[in-house]
Design a protein around this ligand. Sequence first.
Ligand SMILES: C[S@@+](CC[C@H](N)C(=O)[O-])C[C@H]1O[C@@H](n2cnc3c(N)ncnc32)[C@H](O)[C@@H]1O
Length: 279
Amino acid sequence: MAESTRTLEWDGATGDHWVAYEEKYNAAVFRYSERLFAGADVRPDDRVLDIGCGCGQTTRVAAELAAKGSAHGVDLSAAMLAQARARAAEEGLDNVRFEQADAQVHDFAAGAYDLAISRNGVMFFDDPVAAFANVRRALRPAGRLAFVCWRAPEESEYSLVPRAALGRYVTLPGPGGANEPGPNSLADPDRVRDVLGRAGLVDVRLDPEDELMDLGADLDEAMDFVLNRPHVRGPLSEVDAPTAAKATDELRTALTPYVTPAGVLLRSPAWLVTAHAPA
Ligand SMILES: C[S@@+](CC[C@H](N)C(=O)[O-])C[C@H]1O[C@@H](n2cnc3c(N)ncnc32)[C@H](O)[C@@H]1O
């Protein structure tokens, strides 16, 4: 496995954080999951690859839908994969497996999958063309690809609102540029078409999904979720206690208008991207 800085981060503190907040992340993005599975159209015989599967919720859903097929989740984080295996065992799934692998370079068997999916796990590649070409080789002829990824952060309340509130008191790392590995690397639709086209994929389609992130059932849950995200918790721990308290108060005020009976809901536009390997 490549041991880049990002590899070590996911297979370290960031992965551990995602395990601790597994249920909150799953709840936060459930609307995007529904969009993903609507686009992926998993069939009963499909052999599914889940790229950047994390704690494996989408892999397990794929395994249930592909009841006569199988689902294979790959991720960089050993901790998240351990959680994924434990959940699959709890659910009694016997057609799912998880493997620690860097999807951009892993030696997948050629043509081994009918479908590759990802819920926000394909934006972190150092060389996205090489990575998607690797995924394309793993697909059978005419095999399908479906993933969700974020649109521009400047369109996202989920990105902007906490940043504006906390940023008055704390220096947060940038949201991640459109051309660098990170959550926004596939925000630009022209770049997505270019990357996937150069990776040898065809019929590339991007559907805008104007969905809502659910940060928690109430304001306290949403505060806990945001304040413990790694890019927030680190910088917040470096300022003095009165400054951290002011930042926290500002965040609470900023999130209050988003509290609804259905949760603390912030707009976060995404793409549903679908493509095929050549026939
Ligand atoms: C934003 S998280 C999403 C996790 C999961 N798909 C979900 O929706 O809960 C991104 C995931 O991609 C994984 N990841 C990043 N780069 C990867 C790579 N090159 N190969 C495999 N997994 C990768 C990370 O370890 C992390 O679990």
